[in-house]
Write a protein that binds this ligand. Structure first.
Ligand code: NAD
Ligand code: UD1
Length: 332
């Protein structure tokens, strides 16, 4: 089975490509490298021991995208490509809607044209909005608080409408919780440029001395230690979840949503202490005001993915911190 991986050079895409190749799938990667580097391709080849076609291409380039389908007999698509920075999406909404929505519609039109109707889509726990109480279940009402989240919810809606109109589509909507961790080899992981927005990349920059101090956004939440609680999931567990989803696509009717999380929440302070333990480094922090748009607790009900996909996360928070440290300590 040949799988087109859009955004395959990115953080989650690259880990999933390794897992796909290990599981015997053939892959084709397309990426415009807007948030990744072509260098990751040789690492995927090295870690998997396999070669595969790679296209530097933008999803918005319909003809370029079409060439990939013409030159390869694609059976299914895993669609990671998209812009993902929440704050940036607030200041550049048109860029986000154009890239994520228009790009996805172009992909779907090409898939339809080529009669490729199996898709695994990268959605996000952000679609649960601010009005639900954790643990989040797939059947809860959905809403969003920023353009990035809205692109995810709109794409989910487009895919549901498409599956309603055309019954031969098989779509898995994977709602990721908070992906962290890195490949155990230490050769790939996430290391954003500049000042990170997300917790783990920020902690890592403090631990290696590139930033002086972590600001913890609020210690007065109704949580055990007052800091925000999230469901951190190892990127390799996420990658394995994509293989399970792909295996089960034939049995899916229409578009089905699945939470990919551990089902266990960890507070900001717990993550800081786990990282200190894994790295042996002190992570300086101070308590700062709450960040607008944050909720107290966000963690998954994982029973649907367990029952229907036969998938559950294996890695602990300590494992995630160990692999993050193993990766970051080798970076310049
Ligand atoms: P990433 O930025 O590392 O990977 C996305 C890849 O898509 C990048 O390599 C980028 O260059 C590529 N890309 C973006 N726009 C493109 C375009 N127009 N044409 C071709 N390639 C394009 O992000 P990630 O963390 O690996 O996330 C993958 C997907 O999962 C994204 O859709 C993201 O929204 C979603 N997601 C991520 C998280 C997270 O915390 N990392 C959480 C929930 C959902
Ligand atoms: C954020 C996005 C969400 C996206 C997810 C994964 C927001 C409001 N939400 O989720 O849409 O799907 O990333 O990419 O941006 N924290 C600190 N100090 C920091 C950074 C974070 O205390 O410097 C805290 C936050 O308040 C939160 C926790 O750490 O309690 C996790 O934050 P983060 O990693 O940004 O993820 P989310 O906010 O869960």
């Amino acid at each position: 089975m040949k799988v087109l991986v859009t955004g395959g050079a990115g953080y989650i895409g690259s880990h999933t490509c390794i897992e796909l190749l290990k599981s015997g799938y053939e892959i084709v990667i397309m990426d415009n490298y807007s948030n990744s580097s072509p260098d990751v391709i040789s690492v995927i080849e090295k870690l998997s021991g396999k070669a595969f076609p790679v296209y530097e291409c933008d999803m918005l380039d319909y003809d370029g995208f079409g060439k990939i389908f013409k030159e390869n007999k694609i059976d299914a698509v895993i669609h990671f490509a998209g812009l993902k920075a929440v704050g940036e999406s607030v200041s550049k909404p048109l860029e986000y809607y154009n890239n994520n929505l228009t790009g996805t519609i172009k992909l779907l039109r090409l898939m339809k044209h080529r009669n490729v109707k199996k898709l695994v889509f990268s959605s996000s726990a952000t679609v649960y909005g601010m009005n639900n109480t954790a643990p989040f279940r797939e059947d809860m009402p959905l809403s969003t608080t920023n353009p990035y989240g809205t692109t995810k919810l709109m794409i989910e809606t487009i895919l549901k409408d498409l599956c309603f109109a055309e019954k031969d589509w098989k779509v898995a909507l994977l709602r990721y919780f908070n992906p962290i961790g890195a490949h155990p080899s230490g050769l790939i992981g996430e290391n954003p440029n500049g000042i990170p927005n997300n917790l783990m990349p920020y902690i890592m920059k403090v631990a290696v001395g590139k930033l002086p101090c972590l600001s913890i956004y609020g210690d007065d939440y109704p949580t055990p230690d007052g800091t925000g609680v999230r469901d951190y999931i190892h990127v390799c567990d996420l990658a394995a979840g994509h293989i399970k989803a792909l295996e089960k696509l034939d049995r899916i009717q229409g578009a089905e949503a699945y939470n990919l999380g551990t089902g266990k929440g960890s507070s900001v302070l717990e993550v800081v202490h786990a990282f200190e333990k894994a790295s042996g480094k002190k992570v300086n922090y101070k308590i700062a005001p709450r960040r607008p748009g944050d909720i107290a607790e966000c963690y998954a009900d994982v029973s649907k993915a367990k029952t229907e996909l036969g998938w559950e996360a294996k890695y602990s928070l300590d494992d995630m911190c160990r692999d993050n440290w193993n990766f970051i300590k080798n970076q310049k």
